[in-house]
Design a protein around this ligand. Structure first.
Ligand SMILES: [Zn+2]
Length: 408
């Protein structure tokens, strides 16, 4: 029996483990107060968790008067791995049980090369990081990919930019290879979880994370949980139609939000502005490099190029108009903006905010900060390990449905 998930026997054990994960070492007295159980019941559960290799003693706590209470912490050999697969890059991290990153690595990949090539690279990175951190076994792996995911089945379903990944059993393959529970979600949802765990949305139970990257998508958080919808496609806002005439989208439809504004759309518009001579700044960059990316556009805006600034503002308006509709529908407590286009900075954020506030009712926006991601490139991996640790530190059968070993 190598998987920690089998070791959590009841709801109280799950609560104790999550408390220790989120608050660090605690005294037995503090744990007893926090879970409102009797001292003897807490002692019994802690003994069981210690025997299962999930927690350990951590010396004496400072006295609160009376008898000293001993400190308890998560077992210091507990390890989680997170894998965040993007369209062109991959980010892998190994953390301890409290989700502190012990080692992290980023690499270049092309997701269109298919799951065999990409997962081989991901597995090698996990193995390298295990060696680097002296990790013997993993308690769980969380992973995200840049396309629609059936969460309950652990694979992608007809992902537009990921040929060969349709129904490929990513979750089960990772679980088998590393002999631990694994979960797979789309990249936007794990980024949202990351911002909730340790980023801009810390302590905000109901919010929306919007990824403006190669494509556009949203992670929807309701009362501290990701809302995935019936099939896992909730938040796929990039293909909401903003105009019945407009550019053809990668999905084949016309006038989708991400065909108007996304990393891909911005590169297209930037190259056009350079070639048509409307932006001397971008024309010079294009001549120098042979291609343009988001950072070139950001530089052009910083240099005051009026055509580029107008381009960003128009894009921000398109995104803002869609978000305003979602705000009316969902009334989030915060909107967090992440992904590569957040490099466009203040101009984009100002336009987004202005449009959302102008197009929404005052009741929906009076408590609505619209902010940039705090975690940047680390949001995805951190969210992936938080997702799998929630699963491992749980006793809810519905949450554990993904663990193939539990079903066997
Ligand atoms: Zn589309």
């Amino acid at each position: 029996m190598t998987t920690a998930v089998r070791k959590v026997q009841n709801r109280n054990q799950a609560r104790l483990l999550r408390l220790l994960r989120d608050r660090g070492p605690l005294s037995r007295a503090e744990l007893t107060d926090a879970v409102t159980l009797s001292k003897s019941k807490v002692a019994v559960e802690l003994d069981r968790l210690t025997a299962a290799g999930l927690v350990q003693d951590a010396g004496q706590a400072a006295s609160r008067g009376g008898r000293p209470s001993s400190l308890v912490r998560l077992w210091d050999g507990l390890r989680f791995a997170g894998i965040d697969v993007g369209a062109t890059s991959i980010n892998v991290a190994i953390t301890d049980g409290g989700l502190t990153t012990l080692a992290q690595r980023q690499g270049d990949i092309d997701v269109s090369q298919g799951p065999e090539v990409v997962l081989r690279a991901a597995s090698q990175m996990v193995r390298d990081l295990r060696a680097e951190t002296g990790t013997e076994s993993l308690a769980g792996i969380g992973a995200g990919v840049p396309g629609p995911v059936s969460f309950s089945e652990g694979f992608s379903v007809v992902p537009p930019i990921m040929p060969g990944w349709d129904k490929y059993p990513v979750r089960d393959r990772l679980s088998e290879e590393f002999d631990c529970p694994a979960l797979l979600d789309n990249d936007v949802n794990i980024m949202a979880v990351g911002e909730f765990h340790a980023g801009a949305a810390r302590g905000i139970g109901t919010f929306m994370f919007v990824k403006l990257g190669t494509g556009v998508g949203a992670g929807i958080f309701v009362d501290g949980h990701v809302h995935r919808g019936v099939d896992g496609s909730a938040g796929d806002i990039g293909h909401i139609q903003v105009h019945d005439q407009g550019p053809v989208c990668a999905c084949g439809n016309i006038g989708c939000l991400e065909a108007f504004f996304s990393g891909a759309a911005l590169r297209r518009d930037a190259v056009l502005a350079a070639q048509e001579g409307r932006s001397p700044f971008l024309a010079a960059r294009l001549a120098e490099r042979g291609a343009l990316d988001v950072l070139d556009v950001a530089d052009a805006a910083t240099a005051g190029d009026p055509v580029v600034i107008a381009m960003i503002r128009e894009g921000g308006r398109h995104i803002g108009e869609v978000l305003a509709k979602l705000v009316s529908f969902f009334n989030p407590g915060m909107i967090v903006i992440g992904g590569g286009l957040s490099n466009l900075g203040g101009t984009l954020l100002a336009e987004l905010r202005g449009t959302i506030y102008r197009r929404s009712l005052p009741l929906a926006t009076r408590n609505l900060p619209v902010v940039m991601s705090e975690l940047g490139d680390s949001a995805g991996v951190l969210g992936a390990v938080r997702m799998i640790s929630d699963h491992v530190f749980s006793h809810d059968p519905a949450l554990r449905m993904a663990d193939v070993r539990e079903l066997a």
